[in-house]
Ligand binder design. Sequence first.
Ligand code: HEM
Length: 214
Amino acid sequence: MSSTVIKSGEVPRYNANERVTHWIVAITFLLLAASGLAFFHPAFWFLTSLLGGGVWARILHPFIGVVMFVFFALMAMRYWKENVIQPYDREWKKRLSDVINNRDHNLPEIDKYNIGQKQLFWTMIITMVLLLVSGVMLWRPYFADAFSITLIRVAAVVHAASAFVLIVGIVVHIYSAIFWVRGSLRAMTRGTVTHAWAKHHHPLWYRRVTGSTK
Ligand code: HEM
C-alpha cells in the first residue's frame, strides 16, 4: 500500500497498481460489451462507431478480449484467496434481513468481501474462461479453421450465453459499487475507504488491516 496516500481517517483498500488493472478491465469490458451487442443484433450496430465502424470493431473485438482476459487474470490471482467462501459468509447470507436493516450486532463478522461479491467473483471467473475459449474458436481468420462447423456453432452459443451472464453480473457489480453500498466507489478511485465504512461492512478485514481491537 506504499503508493496510497493515507490521510488520517482513511483505510487503504487498493493500491495504484490494483486500481489501474481494474479500470483497464472495466474499459475493455465496456468496449467488448458494446461491440459484442452490435454483432448480436442490428439494433446495436451504431455501437460499432466506438471502435471506428463495423470492420474495425470486427477486427479489434477479439484482440481487446485477450487484453481484458490477461488483466482480469492478474486481478483473479490477486483476489482468489480473499474470495474463498467461508462458513461465516453463509451465516451472514442467512441473515440478509439484518444486513438490509443495519442490525449489525446480529451479524457474523465478514472479511474483505461479502458473499455477494464472492459469488460474483466466481461467476466472473467462469464466464471469462468460457468467453476466452469460445472466442478463440470463433476467431477468423486465425483459429476458427482448426474446428468443425458443429463445434464453432456450439462456441457461438456458449460465447453469447456467457457474455449475457457476465453483462448482467457487471450491471449488479456497478449498481452495488455506486448506489447500494455507498462509499465503495472511492476504494477503486482514491484507493481508500473511511474507518466507519470498513468497520460497518467488513469488520474482520478492518481489524486485520488496522490492528484495531474494536
Ligand atoms: C465499469 C464500471 C465498474 C465499476 C464502477 C466498478 C467498481 C468497483 C469497485 C468500487 C470495487 C471495490 C469494491 C470493494 O472493494 O468492496 C470493485 C472491485 C472489483 N471489480 Fe469492479 N467495477 C466496474 C467494472 C468491473 C468489471 C468490468 C470487472 C470484471 C469483469 C470488475 C471486476 C472487479 C473485481 C474482480 C473486483 C474485486 C472484488 C472481488 O474480488 O470480488 N469490475 N469494482
